[in-house]
Design a protein around this ligand. Structure first.
Ligand code: T1G
Length: 692
């Protein structure tokens, strides 16, 4: 074995050369990797004893793509297209041996090889759209030549990888190798290729799979139409469709040139920069400066959930899905039965959609135990309360739990706003108390705000962060303050949205502006969905707010067929003349002279105070990084990933521009718009939140 460079070695096994990459964690195509492949192939070709070449990776996976951390830096070393040309034009067969995830540039490298073998657990895909890109090293031109236009469109536009078996059926790989003998099998395959004198087949020369779609522009138009809503606001996917259409209709080299052009334009686009930021931010959140990765954690093999309502049931499902037994406690039998029934029905409806088998449903339900007594939680490793959102109820529950559960148990509150320190203080184990704030629907939304109390211990923090990953959530560590990070910033937007409607806009104007920005729905549509009567009671209602007035009119949201909007039998929302009148009357009663309000003012008054609040959250240390705040909003509220999150968006607008608008609003609308000191500082120093 000879070392080509620090990340590549070359072994000659009989008449087969094996080029092995070893660049943890995912063998990304860094400059050294590109250089190593290039030199390894050259040396193998120059060796007369070698009749075939295997390209394989050490570690957890075949090449998982270009090295994203190199983007935005000046190109250095040999380019990927040059490496690919050397492989594709090799005079000896090159076989890619795939395990783990061959993604992006990794799959593109396998596609320039003459043959591909993979173990059954391997996956292959082109996820570049998830980074705001399209494949930039031939993926859009070669994949259609193996799998056809429709399959290529699906793989490239969704960015979702396929398993090795499906890849074999689709024609991406030539043969499956036994799970634990990939290297040996690939070498034997290479020898067979030589012995059988198989041709040096280049994917680029095949057109049998693309001919059926040639000239069929209707196929691509239909695909664009069918996906326009799903990818609303994203740019890269349309370029990907165009690139596949080029593969079908243009000579290979011309298609490649167009692909490169589009890739380079996208790589420097704001959307791609935003999605790259999110890719790294969502991984950075797991890194807590004073809680190192080797902090001892607590074993969690059983979970108790208090409250079997919407939140409690959803929370329980997360753990059942991860195979962790759950004991769920309610106060009354009928509430418990109802809660257990909802969980079962949720699973059964998933099974009906074919995303789960009936056996899976029974397996999960078999892990669930209902109880009416806290004593049933005595041996749970973690107990999460999802009871009524008042401090006295929470304190009562924690006081009782503290006396019942075992010493090492973690006590967690699902509170959305309340002070974890105050709750912890009534227990004898404040170091075991933490906030686990799930977002509704708890079994769907990926965000989990992990609220660190003053006394929460490091093992408990480490355990919570690991648990988030184990149940498929993105765990973000936040500090104790009203509404933590997400809801604290949301309150800024809700306040402004309500004021805008009194001052001159209508709910549907505000919702349209924020929906066009890329949010899944605007604040008023969201209120109708959640119900306008959260915390409302007819006894105490005194027409003092728009929400009270609507609830008094029994317009309590979608559930009553009317809220801010009127809903038809399919729950399609329509602006309501009744609401319009109620708003005009209410504004008149408040002595407000309404005025025309521009979309630009609506957008800035809703979003900039959120960015400003994010700056305060960073100043107060209630979030570790701006990227953590972006991660909260993307995973908890559907903030459009192609703008990077509220803080990345603030950087895109520019701190000086956000500050100028905030100052203008402060002069016109008062202290709600007082700029955060950090925002002033960034503007003065021409810096970004990302630079912190
Ligand atoms: N470049 C650089 N670092 C990467 C990386 C990449 N492509 N992929 C992962 N990492 C780092 C990641 O930051 C983390 O670092 C560690 O590896 C483990 O990742 C020309 C231009 C491969 C499925 O989009 O989907 O090729 O936090 O925590 O959950 O057309 O990583 O440990 O310091 O996610 O086991 C296309 C992106 C690139 C694949 C593994 N490729 N990566 O998941 O581990 S663009 C991708 C993933 C491209 C070509 C174009 C996942 C994974 P740290 P992880 P995981």
């Amino acid at each position: 074995m000879t070392a080509i460079n620090a990340v590549t070695d070359l072994t000659i096994d009989g008449d087969v050369a094996v080029v092995t990459l070893n660049h943890p964690p995912v063998n990304a195509l860094s400059q050294a990797v590109r250089d190593g492949i290039h030199q390894g192939i050259a040396q193998a070709l120059a060796n007369p004893a070698v009749s075939a070449i295997v390209l394989i990776c050490a570690g957890r996976t075949f090449i998982a793509g270009a090295d994203i951390s190199e983007f935005g830096k000046p190109p250095a070393g040999i380019t990927l297209p040059e490496v690919h040309a050397a492989i594709e034009n090799a005079t000896k067969p090159v076989i890619a041996a795939i395990h783990g995830t061959a993604l992006g540039g990794g799959l593109e490298t396998a596609l320039v090889c003459h043959y591909r073998v993979a173990v059954p657990s391997a996956k292959v895909g082109l996820p570049e759209v998830k980074l705001g890109l399209i494949p930039g090293a031939g993926g859009t031109q070669r994949l259609p030549r193996l799998v056809g236009a429709e399959k290529a469109l699906d793989m490239i536009v969704t960015g979702v990888p396929i398993g090795a078996k499906a890849a074999l059926e689709a024609g991406v790989i030539d043969e499956l190798a036994p799970e634990h003998s990939l290297r040996g099998h690939a070498i034997a395959f290479a020898r067979r290729v030589v012995a059988e004198k198989r041709p040096l087949a280049k994917v680029r020369d095949r057109d049998d799979r693309i001919l059926p779609a040639r000239g069929n522009s209707a196929l691509f138009e239909a695909f664009r139409k069918a996906n326009a809503k799903k990818y609303r606001g994203f740019e890269a996917w349309l370029k990907a469709v165009q690139a596949v259409e080029n593969a079908v209709n243009l000579p290979f080299d011309e298609g490649m040139a167009r692909e490169r052009e589009m890739f380079l334009a996208l790589r420097d686009s704001t959307q791609a920069k935003a999605q790259r930021h999110v890719f790294f931010a969502e991984r950075e959140v797991a890194k807590i400066p004073d809680v190192p990765a080797d902090t001892p954690s607590i074993v969690v093999n059983s979970v108790g959930v208090i409250g079997a309502g919407t939140m409690g049931g959803g929370i329980a499902m997360n753990f059942l899905n991860a195979g962790i037994p759950v004991t769920i406690v309610e106060m009354k039998q009928e509430a418990l039965d109802r809660g257990l029934g909802v969980i079962r029905r949720n699973y059964e409806s998933t099974a009906r959609k074919g995303r789960m088998t009936a056996a899976d449903v029974e397996k999960r339900m078999g892990l669930l135990t209902g109880a009416l007594d806290f004593n049933a939680l005595a041996n749970c490793d973690l107990i999460i309360e999802a009871v009524f959102e008042t401090m006295e109820v929470k304190k009562d529950v924690f006081g009782k739990l503290d006396a019942i559960v075992k010493p090492g148990a973690i006590l967690a509150s699902n509170t959305s706003y309340l002070n974890i320190d105050e709750i912890a203080a009534i227990t004898r184990r404040p170091q075991q108390v933490v906030g686990l704030h799930f977002f509704s629907p708890a079994n769907v939304m990926k965000l989990l705000e992990i609220v660190r109390g003053e006394k929460t211990s490091k093992p408990v923090i480490a355990t919570a962060m690991q648990l988030a990953r184990r149940i498929g959530k993105v765990g973000v560590l936040v500090g104790v303050c009203y509404g933590f990070v997400g809801n604290r910033m949301l309150a800024q937007r809700q306040r402004e949205a309500t004021k805008l409607v009194l001052e001159g806009a209508m709910p549907w104007d505000v919702d349209r502006v924020l929906h066009d920005f890329g949010l899944p729905m605007g604040p008023f549509a969201m209120s109708d969905l959640a119900g306008l009567d959260l915390g409302w009671s007819r006894e105490t209602s005194k027409s003092s707010t728009l929400k009270e007035i609507l609830c008094e009119m029994d317009r309590r949201g979608q559930k009553t067929g009317a809220g801010f909007y009127d809903y038809d039998e399919n729950r399609a929302a329509k602006p309501s003349p009744v609401v319009e009148k109620a708003i005009l009357d209410f504004a008149a009663k408040q002595g407000i002279t309404r005025r025309a309000i521009t979309d630009d003012e609506i957008l800035k008054r809703c979003l900039y105070p959120m960015i400003n609040e994010g700056a305060k959250i960073l100043e107060e240390g209630k979030a570790l990084r701006a990227g953590d705040i972006d991660t909260v909003w993307i995973n908890g509220y559907g903030w459009p990933v192609y703008t990077g999150g509220p803080m990345f968006y603030g950087d895109t607008v520019g701190a000086a521009n956000v500050l100028a608008a905030m100052k203008d609003f402060e002069a016109r609308f008062g202290a709600d718009f007082k700029p955060a000191a950090l925002l002033e500082r960034l503007a003065a120093e021409n810096k970004r939140f990302a630079d912190l």
